[in-house]
Design a protein around this ligand. Structure first.
Ligand code: NAD
Length: 509
């Protein structure tokens, strides 16, 4: 007797692909195109090693008692001590040279009164990934994430999402994603630099400005992009022609004006258009946000400039609430303060602390999830007291939660359009690099606004089955003769655009 076929395991990737299959069925996606898109083109897993620095690790109060009569070490070169978010201190340069160091069994006491164990720097190995999902429409494109909770499965889901997003944004790229399994807040500046350079040393054979173009994501930023660019182009004769190897760079070294805020700006443009369509405005609306990093803080800033009021924020370290409205400028300054090592909203004086679970009960017009995936679970979806969810994060809503939101009449602006502002301006950066041009912020914002709103309107038309051509957009070739939910509509737009490349160009043999 034959054993029954095993039930396919449910993973982040299979969950993320549910919407792909639903949309593919609805439009009867060409079978071969479906096979091409179901799995990534390439999945790279590799390892990055780096030599860590010596560090001081604080002892618990109980253990520190053993050293109660240990005198304080007077540190001459305080600049050399780098305090990390987890309380460890990296010894940079010759931090303790010339100091009166009193070490007992590898322990010393600093002027802060705490006892630290001196841990010599050793070499460490980190797991790294790059998934290249699809390049039918152009070079692979997608961010690099430095985070403790990453996996091949997660990067597959995020890379596929980039394929859909670049098609929706109508930029000539495919999809990719990658990163390192690491909590960057536990490493010093020079360690992160060494890990990043080694990462690019390994990545170099897989990517290129016309092959695969990384960008910032969770835990990475323009500083990391600068290091990646340098390592990629080091020693190359035409290094100025290689600037397009990464996007999201500082504007002073070939980044684009408006890129840093672009994802948050795109989220805000979508929300603005959502209300404009209903004859309303963002002004006077209230919102709550999860994640106050790049996407969350810029979205909050721009929405508040549009006249909306921020009521609550949750991040990795805690949640804050103020029913009268949180001053977003003051909150951004608080989070950016170098003394705020965790870059957290926690402790902000202009709001009270609440529990994370209470965030979902705050009554507001809009929720912007802008942290990690899978946060809006079925439970959360049942509790939410908002009217609109605008997904700044990638994959924040589980498929069960999606169905509950729909049943409860909570509207959705799905991630693949809502957060497409980042990759859209990354494309502008890439063009500027290729052409050696420099566009103004106003020009970038204007192009971005048109691109976001044009594609969002096409998605709304698909959803309502309202084919039409206006001065701004043309949805006639995308509507499918029946109404569908917005997430499915966005996927239909992506798949129709990708399918056209395969069907018109054919398949190489
Ligand atoms: P970031 O590292 O700048 O900020 C991440 C934020 O999420 C921080 O405030 C952090 O405290 C918070 N966070 C982390 N873990 C959390 C948890 N378990 N619970 C609550 N909050 C948590 O990252 P970012 O660039 O702002 O990216 C945020 C999301 O937006 C990610 O899903 C990313 O994939 C997506 N995204 C980013 C861009 C971009 O241009 N940066 C573009 C498209 C999509």
């Amino acid at each position: 007797m034959r054993a029954p076929a095993p039930t396919p395991k449910r993973t982040v990737y299979t969950e993320a692909m549910e919407i792909f299959h639903r949309a593919a069925d609805l439009i009867a996606l060409d079978k071969r195109v479906r096979l091409e898109l179901e799995e990534p083109d390439y999945e790279h897993i590799f390892y990055v090693t780096a030599k860590l620095k010596d560090r001081l690790v604080p002892l618990s109060e109980e253990k520190a008692r053993t050293f109660s009569n240990l005198p304080e070490t007077q540190v001459r070169n305080k600049e050399g001590l780098e305090l990390l978010a987890n309380g460890n201190i990296i010894l940079n340069g010759r931090a303790l040279l010339g100091s009166d160091v009193d070490i007992r069994q590898g322990h010393l006491r600093l002027p802060d009164g705490k006892v630290y164990q001196l841990v010599p720097g050793e070499s460490q190995r980190f797991k790294a990934y790059r998934v290249q999902h699809n390049q039918a429409r152009g070079p692979y494109k997608g961010g690099l994430r430095y985070h403790r909770e990453v996996s091949l499965d997660l990067f597959k889901a995020l890379a596929a999402e980039m394929t859909w997003k670049t098609a929706i944004a109508e930029v000539p790229f495919g999809g990719g994603k990658g990163g390192i399994q690491i909590d960057p807040r536990e490493y010093g500046r020079e360690e992160i630099e060494a890990i990043t350079l080694r990462f690019m040393y390994r990545l170099k054979s897989m990517i290129g400005p016309d092959i695969d173009i990384p960008a910032p994501d969770v835990g990475t930023n323009p500083g990391i992009m600068a290091l990646l660019y340098r390592q990629y182009s080091d020693g190359e004769r035409e290094r100025h022609n290689l600037r397009g190897i990464v996007t999201g760079k500082d504007v002073r070294i070939g980044g684009s004006e408006g890129r840093h805020k672009a994802t948050g700006q795109g989220v805000a443009f979508c929300i603005e258009d959502y209300y404009a369509d209903r004859g309303e405005s963002v002004k006077g609306k209230t919102f709550i946000i999860q994640g106050f990093g790049n996407v969350g803080s810029h979205a909050a800033n721009i929405l508040s400039q549009m006249g909306a009021r921020l009521l609550a924020v949750n991040d990795a370290d805690g949640t804050i609430f103020n029913g009268d409205g949180i001053d977003v400028t003051a909150l951004s300054a608080y989070v950016q303060d170098p003394k705020n090592l965790k870059r957290s909203v926690l402790g902000f004086p202009g709001a009270q602390r609440i529990e994370k679970k209470d965030l979902w009960d705050v009554q507001a017009d809009i929720l912007v999830p802008a942290a990690l995936g899978g946060e809006i679970t079925a439970d959360v979806a049942e509790r939410l007291r908002v009217k609109l969810v605008a997904e700044g994060a990638n994959g924040p809503t589980t498929p069960e939660a999606d169905r509950i939101l729909e049943k409860r009449g909570i509207e959705l602006i799905p991630d693949i359009i809502a957060n497409a502002g980042g990759v859209t301006v990354s494309y502008y950066e890439w063009i500027q690099n290729k052409r050696m041009e420099r566009w103004s912020e106003a020009e970038v914002d204007q192009r971005l606004e048109r691109a976001m709103k044009r594609n969002y309107r096409i998605i709304r038309d698909i959803s309502r089955n309202q084919p039409r051509k206006t001065e701004m957009h043309d949805s006639r070739q995308y509507c499918i003769g029946e109404t569908v939910d917005t997430r499915c509509a966005a996927m239909i737009l992506a798949l129709k655009r990708i399918e056209a490349h395969y069907l018109l160009e054919g398949f190489s043999q």
